[in-house]
Design a protein around this ligand. Structure first.
Ligand SMILES: [Mn+2]
Length: 435
């Protein structure tokens, strides 16, 4: 029996909401996974990419990681990993450093045997380069084989990389595919293969409402032998989810009537136990007299760690400016919508400004998005949005309501939670830098 923990999308170093406590939370969650692995004496910890949020983690992040990984290697539990799209895949990187320190192993097409199971790795590959992949893996003697990869695969939601095609083209018949990138845990069966996302270990965006956790995956050689002998059993792959204790998030969804306002919001926050929690308030409806800044203050009064507001109210033009000052991000989004940019340009703008694309990843992300459009032959995406004569500044942008343009990146929050731009981002990053 081979038993491993399958984790991923740990996003270490992420100072979410500009909060040092949140940065610590991401480390704590990862540490809990490692502690469980040691307590359980599993045969390996498999990490499916996005160990770091940023492609160039800071020295503190690297040292923090060493502190987490060292007990694992002292317990003789290998840490096997692939590289995700937040880390860039072209050059030497953190994983190679930890490999050199004896704290990690990078999975590749050669495979790594653990008990009777061989684990293969396939790093994240940008969409524009996938045609060149041959999915050739070294043939190894093993009862079970598993592929570890990072990307958004079909048939999972938001998939742009067809897993059935990958499995059909691979020369190895995988029993399991252990995936990272989609922060939502999910498992499907494709013919004889189990495919599973372990989900993120901490909420990297406010759209990740479900409890966080990881997978425990067992490979039972006896059951596989019985299946091979024609008995009606499974293939001996057993996937179980286990939760981890993470920072409390309190989600408050409010529909405000015209006569309702600040008092209603304050009351709703008081009803919840928000102390030390991240409070995510979504306001909808026609209503009234409350600004995002008010809501943040109500959260602070009740001892919340962070309070974030997504304001989805329909507001008229005059009120727009009022909201704009309380929420500069929304003001910028409004203005960008009015510029009549092409889809491609909006995508670039979006990537440059997005709080959850780390600065060091912006260049690669932009390049990837543009080359995907070029490869798809989507030239319309480069045409400026039509400016109707007599259209008073409002350019119709289909379906875009301040949402992130389609990138296939599951890390994108479903709704942009208002987050003031980090000062140094705002002053040092301009679109011209990336064009
Ligand atoms: Mn991720």
């Amino acid at each position: 029996m081979t038993k491993v923990i399958h984790t991923g999308d740990t996003h270490l170093g992420y100072r979410q909401y500009h909060s040092p406590d949140r940065r610590q939370d991401f480390f704590d969650a990862f540490r809990r996974v490692v502690e469980d692995a040691i307590a359980d004496d599993v045969d390996a910890v498999v990490h499916a990419g996005d160990l770091y949020h940023d492609r160039t983690p800071g020295l503190e992040d690297l040292m923090g990681t060493i502190d987490v990984l060292r007990p694992l290697s002292e317990a003789d539990i290998p840490f096997l990993a692939v590289v995700g799209n937040h880390e860039g895949t072209r050059h030497a990187q953190w994983l190679d450093l930890f490999e050199r320190l004896g704290l990690a192993e990078r999975l590749d097409a050669d495979g790594r045997r653990v008990g009777d199971t061989v684990f293969y790795g396939l790093d994240h590959v940008p969409k524009s380069k996938r045609d060149r992949l041959d999915y050739e893996f070294a043939a190894r003697d093993a009862t079970h084989t598993a592929l570890v990869s990072h990307g958004l695969f079909q048939p999972f939601p938001h998939g742009d990389w067809d897993l059935e095609e990958v499995l059909a083209e691979s020369n190895v018949a995988f029993d399991a595919v252990l995936l990272g990138d989609d922060h939502t845990a999910d498992t499907v069966r494709l013919d004889g293969t189990w495919a599973t996302y372990c989900g993120s270990t901490e909420r990297a965006s406010a759209s990740e409402r479900d409890p966080r956790g990881y997978n425990v995956v067992e490979f039972d050689p006896e059951e596989k032998a019985n299946a091979d002998a024609g008995e009606e059993t499974g293939t001996g792959v057993h996937i179980r989810r286990r939760g981890i204790d993470t920072r409390d998030f309190v989600f408050i969804d409010l529909e405000l009537g015209e006569s309702e306002g600040a008092e209603r919001v304050r009351q709703r926050i008081r009803e919840e136990d928000v102390e030390d929690a991240v409070v995510v308030v979504t306001i909808d409806g026609e209503g009234g007299e409350v600004t995002p800044a008010d809501v943040e203050r109500f959260g602070d009064e009740q001892g919340a760690l962070v309070t974030r507001v997504t304001d989805r109210r329909e507001v008229d033009v005059e009120a727009d400016y009022e909201v704009s000052f309380a929420d500069p991000d929304e003001a910028v989004r409004e203005r960008v919508r009015d510029l009549g940019l092409s889809e491609a340009a909006r995508g670039i703008d979006d990537t440059v400004r997005q709080g959850d694309v780390a600065d060091s990843n912006v260049r690669d992300t932009v390049k990837e998005r543009v080359s995907d459009l070029v490869d798809d032959g989507d030239l319309a995406a480069f045409e400026a949005a039509a400016q109707d004569a007599g259209n008073e500044g409002g350019v119709e942008v289909a379906g875009d309501d301040g949402e992130r343009a389609e990138t296939g990146d599951s890390d994108a929050p479903a709704d942009a939670v208002s987050e003031p731009a980090e000062t140094d981002d705002a002053t040092t990053t301009t679109m011209e830098d990336y064009l």
